[in-house]
Write a protein that binds this ligand. Structure first.
Ligand code: GRF
Length: 190
């Protein structure tokens, strides 16, 4: 049985989809939700599904390796970053090499990197006059949005599209593919 931890900083709509997708799965389960925000909506989603949660502070996350013990206690062997805004420190990247993925709401390597999250990504893509955008799921390394790309899906950008409508189309792709790609990686370890 694989034990998945989800790291998220915000609403947690992707986390909800992943939790629901694996709820009846006999090969993988979400066993922990980690957030850097004590009031993140994702924590309420975890509690509603009776999944343990853990809130981390910047000092502990970057100056200690205490989180490894928490992950170990829950036998976590895979991490999905679903809107987690902090850069992953080297000890965690190394401990979960090719066992940690991130989802980015654009077609990397373009429109990625520090500060490229939320509506700002879609505003930038729209302003650049792109005719399509999409999602990127990638392994995580020490740099924002730079690990090996695992999967991408695209959607067109119509002239009448706004950053809000683009965000909606992209989120549909995230919800459609992220759980399935996690399962594919777990079933075919790289
Ligand atoms: C998504 O847009 C994801 O691509 C990005 O953070 C956002 C998380 O949204 N990494 P939610 O909290 O899952 O709704």
């Amino acid at each position: 049985m694989h034990h998945i931890a989800i790291f998220a900083s915000g609403t947690g709509s992707n986390a909800r989809k992943i939790i629901e997708y694996f709820a009846q799965n006999d090969r993988a389960q979400v066993v922990l939700v980690v957030s850097n925000k004590p009031d993140a909506g994702v924590l309420d989603i975890a509690q509603a599904h009776r999944i343990p949660t853990h809130v981390i502070g910047r000092k502990s996350f970057y100056e200690t390796e205490d989180l490894l013990a928490v992950l170990d206690r829950h036998q976590v062997d895979f991490i999905a970053l679903a809107g987690f805004l902090w850069l992953i420190p080297p000890y965690l990247v190394q401990a979960f090499s090719r066992k940690m993925v991130n989802i980015h709401p654009a077609l990397l390597p373009k429109y990625g990197g520090k500060g490229m999250f939320g509506k700002h990504v879609h505003e930038t893509v729209k302003a650049a006059g792109e005719h399509e955008t999409g999602i990127t799921i990638h392994f995580v390394n020490e740099h924002y949005d730079e690990g090996d790309i695992v999967f991408q899906a695209t959607c067109p950008i119509a002239p009448e599209d706004t950053p809000e409508t683009i965000a909606h189309h992209v989120q549909q792709l995230e919800h459609r593919y992220f759980p399935e790609i996690i399962e594919r990686i777990l079933n075919n370890p790289a």
